[in-house]
Write a protein that binds this ligand. Sequence first.
Ligand code: DX5
Ligand code: ZN
Length: 222
Amino acid sequence: MAPSVLAADLGQLRSEMERVDSHVEMFHLDVMDGLYVPNLTFGAPVIEKVRPAVNAFFDCHLMVIEPLRLFEALAGAGADHVTLHTDVCDDPTEAGSFARRLGMGFGLALSPALAPAVIRPHLAGLDMVTVMSVEPGFGGQAFMPETLSKVETIRRWIDDEELKTALQIDGGITPETAPLAAAAGADIFVAGTAVFARADPVEAVGMLRRSIHSAMSSADGA
Ligand code: DX5
Ligand code: ZN
């Protein structure tokens, strides 16, 4: 589980994160610049302030036009991984080496309009692929079921090539849609609204996990 803090009360981000920290593997931090997407969120200075308070892995989802300019500051702030959009990453090999030199993992995100073929040549060099199941920019949007076939395709490539690349889905994940994504082959689930907009975010994480596990155990039994 990777809760997206975009849906948290950003006025008390640290305590919001502390509350769920021990119940999740990862936090998803949506860094937006108001240019690549119309929304503007936060960057390294905010991430640096919350990092000492929480233990989970930090994946920074960069929705910015010049993502490489942020790498050093994000690494300094304690980011563990950066996810870049394919259309603002001209050279994923170079970007990946730069991220790793700074001690961060590196992945690519695929917007709904793009085909998975864009990712394929780079797959072996990625720590994580993110299939966007909403248009980047805002939380609280409806899940786009047509993106599931991309998860299936990329899962097949990862398995066929015996890669260690993680496959993440981002957008509109709820206890209803998470099992669909799990069945398609996703292994990391970003959820903003379905965690932080709930009265009890810890219980919400548990509900999401149970929905995923029940989908996986019924698939195993089939
Ligand atoms: C959208 C972001 C998502 C967003 C997900 O641009 O990439 O990470 O926070 O929010 P929900 O879970 O509300 O769709
Ligand atoms: Zn995101």
